[in-house]
Design a protein around this ligand. Structure first.
Ligand code: ADP
Length: 257
């Protein structure tokens, strides 16, 4: 009887151990798969601009007698793609460092109204060139504790998207204000909008809605995942609401302290 009891105990312990180990391994396996996917996507994205640069350089070599003017298109494409590559590498570095917790958020008190104003000022100039109107409503002064540089980066990502996806004669509205212990920033546009089925994925790495539609606009599909990382690191929230053909609204809520 004792022997049978011991055998049963051992079997239970082994089965329980196996289940526990399997459960503990699931997150590791998931995170490994996520990393593998990230590397595969990153390699694919890096290859596209690299191929374009190589093809254009090779085409330049075919006509060594041509002048720069005659070859300006190829040189221009090469430069654009090199710029894209540099942008992509810097975004990838940001995300890789954030994954390994190497990237620190430097929190200190700063005036977020000044950051919002500086960013919107730069984008207003670009919006004018594109015949897009820009309206701002910035509460002053607005102080918060956070990483000023990262919040600046977050605004650039949202404003850049708003301008990219808003056609001529459209408008962009930016507001920032304090609500209790929270700072609320809204970036709203009257652009192309995001289809309902794509909304849950826009913060995913490399996700771009309808490749054909976004092909005409520059981008890596990494901007919003970086934006989400910045907001999460501040223990804030980022939400999106959108209507296809009507426009998109991003609402960011950040704790004051
Ligand atoms: P991208 O570099 O393509 O802008 P993001 O991660 O910033 O990458 O955005 C992911 C995708 O979400 C975009 O490619 C676009 O399809 C969609 N998106 C983001 N912001 C907007 C916006 N304001 N209006 C319409 N679509 C948007």
């Amino acid at each position: 009887v004792v022997l049978v009891g011991n055998v049963i105990s051992i079997v239970i312990a082994v089965v329980a151990g196996w289940f526990l180990a399997k459960r503990a391994l699931v997150p590791i396996q998931k995170s490994w798969e996520k990393q593998q996917q990230f590397i595969a996507d990153a390699s694919h994205e890096l290859r596209t601009p690299l191929t374009a640069i190589l093809v254009n350089l090779e085409r330049l070599f075919r006509h060594p007698d041509h002048t720069i003017e005659q070859e300006s298109e190829k040189i221009m494409i090469g430069m654009q793609e090199a710029k894209r590559l540099s942008h992509l590498v810097s975004d990838l570095l940001t995300l890789a460092r954030s994954d390994s917790n190497e990237l620190q958020i430097m929190k200190k008190k700063f005036n977020i109204d000044v950051v919002v104003e500086t960013c919107t000022h730069v984008f207003t100039q670009m919006a004018i060139a594109k015949e897009v109107s820009m309206e701002t409503k910035i509460e002053k002064p607005l102080e918060m504790v956070g990483d000023e540089e990262r919040i600046h980066q977050l605004l650039v990502i949202l404003l850049d998207n708003a301008l990219k996806f808003t056609p001529e004669k459209g408008s962009i509205y930016v507001s920032s204000q304090q609500e209790g212990q929270r700072i609320v920033i809204i970036v709203q546009d009257t652009g192309v909008g995001i289809p309902k089925e794509d909304i849950p994925f826009v913060f995913d790495r490399f996700y771009r809605v309808d490749k054909m539609r976004t092909k005409a606009t520059e981008g890596t599909g990494l901007g919003l995942s970086i934006a989400k990382w910045i907001v999460d690191a501040h223990e804030g929230k980022i939400q999106v609401s959108s209507e296809e053909g009507e426009g998109t609204t991003f609402t960011v809520t950040l704790p004051v302290k």
